[in-house]
Design a protein around this ligand. Structure first.
Ligand SMILES: [Cu+2]
Length: 389
């Protein structure tokens, strides 16, 4: 086969490949049009953009192949290729730099607004300002290093006329690029350390003043226990877990007798709340984004988070201009197949509303639990009698 025929075959193969790619993607597009309603709009959008990206890649490959064919053709005819690839690459680096920086600006202006909501807790403002400081510093570094990276590639393309300057070592330069990042990173770490310490290390008298609520995570639900009039959640012992006593509450501890169960979390505004967080099976994560609260729920090791909510749900609905707005408790640890659905409503209300709501909640130590405990005691006594005989 002559070279000319070979090139023709290659061009035909390439065209076939493109047609095949287009044919293969069209049924997927058609299917996404006919897909049942369960496929969310977001899923469709992701599929659409993925296909668009694949088509764009195919387009780039085609352009590359066309250039390659042109070069081979010129070579065959004994002509010198006119394309200066170093210059083309340099110009492309410039295009990527501008497009990339514009993409960064676009992402900050569109997604930045989406990710930044008003903090609904007192300590949340500290976390937000720390986040902003980190974002500003890293953005400045990102922009400068990328301008330098692409700028050098544009300014110094390969050329037969130029010889590269061998520049292996510069102590002053190395000193600066070690000391400056070290100072900046130390500042960020120390700032984070003290902010976190200020939020999590609450003095004991402050802990006692806070409303005590216990939350237990299990696949795939949160169980909420309020401490009752004594503001103390009763002790637990996993060995006491039964069908009626799912949390394994130890009823020999008097503090457990007035504990209450709830289907949602209701907390009074402007009062400190202290959550004790447990897990019954695997790791979960107690996550309330609006309050900037996140702590792991670990089996066998209670964790705590204390904070003060600033705005009631109603106030937040007005501020967010969304009459359906609700605070949420979510699980932020991928804990199994039902993880996505592990959420609870959180309502922040006035102190008076909170008291009214609490009065309506059921005691954990209810008749079912009492009856089960009595039955268990009777069977223990029965067993003992048998043992004596
Ligand atoms: Cu979970």
């Amino acid at each position: 086969m002559g070279l000319r025929n070979f090139l023709k075959l290659r061009a035909n193969l390439l065209t076939g490949l493109i047609v095949l790619a287009l044919c293969a993607t069209s049924p997927v597009l058609a299917q996404s049009e006919l897909a049942p309603a369960v496929y969310s709009a977001a899923y469709k959008t992701a599929a659409y953009y993925s296909l668009l990206f694949i088509l764009f890649c195919v387009f780039i490959v085609v352009i590359g192949k066309v250039f390659k064919l042109h070069d081979l053709n010129s070579e065959l005819q004994g002509k010198k290729s006119k394309a200066n690839w170093n210059k083309i690459n340099g110009a492309l680096f410039g295009v990527f730099l501008i497009a990339g920086l514009f993409g960064t600006y676009w992402s900050y202006s569109v997604h930045g607004v989406m990710s930044h909501s008003v903090s609904a807790s007192v300590h949340g403002d500290d976390i937000d300002s720390m986040f902003n400081v980190t974002l500003i510093i890293t953005t400045i570094v990102f922009v400068l290093t990328h301008i330098a990276l692409f700028g050098f590639a544009i300014k110094y393309p390969n050329s037969k006329k130029k010889k590269a300057y061998f520049y292996p070592h510069n102590n002053t330069l190395e000193r600066w690029w070690t000391i400056v990042p070290a100072i900046v990173l130390t500042y960020l770490v120390v700032l984070g350390f003290f902010t976190w310490k200020g939020i999590t290390e609450v003095p004991e008298d402050e802990q006692k003043k806070a409303l005590s609520i216990e939350v237990t995570g299990q696949q795939y639900n949160w169980t909420i226990r309020y401490s009752g009039a004594d503001n103390k959640v009763g002790a637990r012992n996993y060995k006491k877990t039964t069908a009626a006593n799912g949390l394994g509450i130890d009823f020999s501890d008097n503090a457990s007798w007035d504990d209450k169960m709830a289907d949602e979390i209701v907390i009074p505004v402007n009062q400190p709340v202290r959550f004790t967080i447990n897990a019954k099976d695997v790791l979960h994560s107690f996550y309330m984004p609006a309050f900037r609260v996140q702590v792991n729920a670990v089996p066998g090791m209670p964790t705590h988070f204390q904070f003060t909510p600033k705005y009631t749900t109603e106030e937040m609905r007005t501020m967010e201009n969304d009459p359906k707005y609700n605070y949420l408790l979510l699980c932020a640890k991928i804990c199994g197949s039902g993880h996505w659905n592990m959420q609870k409503n959180v309502r922040v209300v006035s102190a008076a509303e909170y008291q009214d709501w609490l009065a309506q909640q059921q005691l954990y130590y209810n008749d079912d639990v009492k009856m089960e405990l009595q039955m268990a005691q009777k069977s223990v006594v029965g067993d003992n009698k048998l043992a004596l005989k």
